[in-house]
Design a protein around this ligand. Structure first.
Ligand code: NAI
Ligand code: 15L
Length: 272
């Protein structure tokens, strides 16, 4: 995708110290004049006058308001990214996303890219094909927190006109790591294309898009996000032989049955 002009002066990336944040750090620079990087974890400064670093705990409302002051758009990737006890999810993901949208409202930010997850629909079977209107079936406290984030995005558009591209990311890693990821894999380049389309496309309202590369079999139908013009360039197919060399799990293993894979069986925590 070509990027004709930088649509935003200052772009905020949360979760910048994480796996995807490290990948996106360079890839987002063509879309802004200044990239503000944030995380609760330390970020090593680069010798680069396009970046500014502001550490912040997303569960701290005042710190998030300070973080968002002066930015024109937000790429919200920070938070707990796996299944954990509810109390950990609550502060980072639920309070965190609320703080981000409240700060966006107060500071006049009109565009957010929200890293949602396939775990909002994780209890659907791998035999189903879903679109954005399919009922959600969260598979974890983590998936529930992403449902809250999606609904927060919807509310802040309807109530305040803040537009969001919600990306239900499948599995975004350098390579698919197991058979399930032959369907859920999203290359870093295709993820970057989705973010760019979310930043550049006019009038997206609250759009939900499934974040997967051009994989087979494909579990997700992006018809309701057609206005983005997303055209994945990569496919997990190139890794099939390597992945299928792994031992075959039993047919009733969650990774072979459910779209959310092992998350459907994680926890509960703290019963002892
Ligand atoms: P990650 O766990 O590597 O990165 C998340 C970052 O958020 C970490 O650097 C962490 O320090 C930061 N963080 C955690 N709690 C925080 C808090 N209270 N305040 C501020 N920062 C905090 O995860 P990854 O893989 O980079 O994912 C990034 C985003 O994309 C996450 O929101 C995740 O849920 C979402 N996602 C990722 C997928 C993937 O395949 N990598 C799939 C689906 C969703
Ligand atoms: C996610 O939401 C997680 O953040 C990531 O670590 C992977 O587990 C991914 O989903 C997945 O479902 O493969």
């Amino acid at each position: 995708m070509t990027s004709p002009a930088k649509p935003f002066n200052r772009l905020l990336l949360t979760g910048a110290a994480g796996g995807l944040g490290k990948e996106l750090r360079q890839r987002l620079k063509p879309f802004c004049n200044t990239l503000r990087l944030s995380d609760i974890a330390n970020i090593t400064p680069a010798d680069d006058n396009q970046e500014e670093i502001q550490l912040c705990d997303l569960s701290d409302k005042q710190a998030v308001h300070h973080l968002v002051d002066g930015v024109d758009a937000i790429v919200h990737f920070g938070g707990v990214s796996v299944e954990r006890p509810f109390e950990e999810i609550l502060g980072a993901n639920i309070c965190g996303v609320f703080h981000i949208y409240e700060a966006a409202r107060r500071h006049g930010v009109k565009r957010v890219i929200f890293a949602s997850s396939n775990h909002v629909i994780g209890f659907h079977k791998q035999t189903e094909v879903l679109d954005a209107l399919s009922p959600r079936r969260p598979d974890s406290y983590y998936g529930l927190s992403k449902c809250y984030g999606e609904d927060t995005a919807s509310f802040y558009f309807d109530r305040y006109g803040i537009e969001t591209l919600t990306i239900r990311i499948g599995s975004s890693f350098a390579e698919p790591q197991n058979r399930r990821m032959l369907s859920t894999w999203l290359s870093f380049d295709d993820l970057t294309q989705l973010i760019a389309r979310g930043l550049y496309t006019d009038a997206i309202g609250h759009t939900v898009v499934y974040g997967a590369s051009n994989n087979t079999p494909n579990w997700w139908d992006n018809r309701y996000a057609a206005h983005l013009g997303y055209q994945p360039q990569d496919s997990a197919e190139q890794f099939r032989e390597k992945v299928e060399a792994q031992p075959m799990p039993p047919a009733d293993d969650p990774t072979m049955v459910y779209q959310g894979g092992a998350f459907v069986a994680a926890g509960p925590f703290g019963d002892n």
